[in-house]
Design a protein around this ligand. Structure first.
Ligand code: PMP
Length: 305
């Protein structure tokens, strides 16, 4: 059975995890009307720090804006809540989950409901399983496509989007793969169930663009910045499925997945069938932000204490 941390922040107060309940008729439970974030904190030489906290919270408010969900707190208040739950639970290396959702207050789709907000945190290792950061995962192309751009906006990190993510992730696990990669409604490459996608060709990084039904990932942006900083060319472009079979290296990235190498796609080895050299370097630059080996020139690390 899962074990849970002691405290959670809900609607302005710290409370015991077990008391953070919601009414079964809350709007979000029926219609997917929630927006959320996934954020990590790391143990750094300067103490525990939350990675790109304000960028994640800005994206939370942008997701809320798309759906007219009014968050009754300021970004600073939610940032303080994030720090507080980590401190109260005595965590350092943790995952943070702020969520804002339409609560109880009406049953119509366009009902004006009160917004409820919570911030949870828990300890989390590598998202796609132990050892995957070194060994890489076997991925497959999903039989499920991502949403078309004029259906559900993938640029919002909304609860309902993750019905698509669940179909992709569960199908992949059922077939024995570590993760699924989705195509967009155009038939071109999109992203993983909960990760952005990078392909390496001739030492250059190629990643799918916003128009390919992706979430505009903060890890993706981090890696683009670190790569360019180190003289690696990064190209945002549409790519056809077969590029997955032709790339020298492939990796996925996200707050939860961090930088996860992909060693095969649909049973075909990627490059030499293991984490490639540029993938390794991207991991070093990325994780270097947390052990102090990569200088944080962007003030991405937000101290917890
Ligand atoms: N795409 C999807 C669908 C995701 O859920 C995530 C995880 N939030 C990402 C990409 C990666 O985004 P980020 O790096 O901001 O965590």
């Amino acid at each position: 059975a899962a074990t849970y941390p002691e405290f959670i922040w809900q609607n302005g107060k710290i409370k015991p995890w077990t008391e953070a309940t919601v009414h079964v008729m809350a709007h979000a439970l029926h219609y997917g009307s929630s927006v959320f974030e996934g954020i990590r904190s790391y143990e750094t030489p300067k103490g525990p720090a939350i990675f790109r906290l304000s960028d994640h919270l800005k994206r939370l408010y942008m997701s809320a804006k798309i759906y007219d969900i009014v968050i009754p707190y300021t970004i600073d208040e939610l940032a303080a809540a994030c720090r507080e739950v980590i401190l109260r639970n005595k965590l350092t290396k943790a995952y943070l989950r702020p969520v804002a959702f339409r609560g109880l207050g009406g049953f119509g789709l366009s009902a004006e409901t009160p917004t409820e907000v919570a911030v949870a945190t828990w300890e989390m290792g590598p998202y796609l399983g132990p050892g995957v950061l070194e060994a890489g995962i076997d991925a497959c192309v999903s039989s499920w496509q991502r949403m078309a751009p004029n259906t559900i906006p993938t640029g919002a990190k909304a609860g309902g989007n993750y019905l698509s993510g669940q179909l992709i992730a569960r199908e992949a696990r059922r077939l024995g793969f570590g993760e699924g990669i989705a195509l967009a409604s155009t038939g071109l490459l999109s992203e993983g169930a909960g990760e952005n996608l990078f392909l390496v060709f001739d030492g250059q990084l190629h990643t799918t663009p916003a128009s390919a039904a992706i979430l505009n990932g903060i890890t993706r942006h981090t890696l683009i910045t670190l790569a360019r900083e180190n003289g690696i060319e990064v190209i945002e472009r549409d790519m056809p499925r077969e590029y997955l079979y032709l790339a020298d290296e492939i990796f996925m990235c996200g707050t939860a997945a961090e930088v996860t190498p992909i060693r095969s796609v649909d049973g075909k080895p990627v490059g030499e069938g293991k984490a490639g050299p540029l993938t390794r370097r991207m991991q070093q630059w990325f994780f270097g932000l947390f052990d102090g080996k990569t200088e944080d020139r962007w003030n991405w690390l937000d101290p917890v204490g």
